[in-house]
Design a protein around this ligand. Sequence first.
Ligand code: SAM
Length: 323
Amino acid sequence: MALEGLEISVEADVPRQVLNTPGMLAPHDRNFLYGLTKDYYTGEGRIVDTGVFLGASTVCFGSGFIHSSVDTNSIATTRPIEAFELGLLNRGTAKFLHRKGISSYHEVGDCFLDLLRNNTAPVASYMNLNAGDICNYVWNTTHAIEILFLDVVNSMKTNKHVIDDYFPQLLPEKSFVIQKNYFVDSIPHTRVTQEFLAGCFEYLGGINSTAVFKLKSEIPRSDLNKAKNYNFCVEEELDLLSRCIDRAMDPVDKCVSAFVRLKVLVNIDRAKAKSEFDSIVKSYLHCNPTCCASNRVAAARISAEKAMTTVAVSEMQSRIVEI
Ligand SMILES: C[S@@+](CC[C@H](N)C(=O)[O-])C[C@H]1O[C@@H](n2cnc3c(N)ncnc32)[C@H](O)[C@@H]1O
């Protein structure tokens, strides 16, 4: 696993529960979370695990902690992991349970916290499960955060909460921020704010579509405020999203990130967006993607096309009104 300054073997002999706990994480992600905690976690801060769904990441962190050399007597808490989960099935998670045949109930809106508690039982004594909307929790500012795993920042509101509550608690030269789905089609905000703060971070690399950062220096309060309030004009957004494209090493990640940027560009220059769309498609023809990567690109392409159509329709409507 090529991550700057970290030696984590993907073939590491990981405990079975790390690989077997149901969830959306790929084996590489699980290896990484386990290895990072086992070999690099010091116990100086908490591990914040967000949007844990069935608890796969929590089991990775917990197992890594059990096998780490951290002396539980020397750290501030015997429960270093704070896990956050809403606990109600949405369309994506219900579909996942259905596909995997995991549970007899899988209607949108159903509570799945019993499954989560059951799955995380092997590491239960090292974690606190914070059920419900993460935005309703207020972080204790005397607790530093050493590992911040983000798989929940799918809305402006959660992104704001994460920047406001967790980023100030990160420890310079020590804390890791793991942005799951950094190179996947979704809202651009996570990428815009992370790229804006990137000067304070070192980018260690990517695993699948996950981006791993380490905090280098304290983030100025004014920058945190700008990021939290999402105080960016479109040109800034575009510039920051270009940095995300540049950061991506994998051609598929680059392509997906370019489609995400295009959805912002189309709002100010539809003709330019159309020509960029064509060149993204053309450049992607040279890649030789796996099936999973093709699906990622297809989803991003469809959503970019949809954004372009929406803008075209609203332009047409406003012209009709003028006439
Ligand atoms: C993409 S899934 C996470 C997948 C999980 N990390 C895994 O690897 O299996 C996102 C999760 O975030 C949870 N979630 C979404 N919004 C939330 C919120 N506001 N507070 C807490 N959890 C939330 C969802 O219920 C869902 O389980």
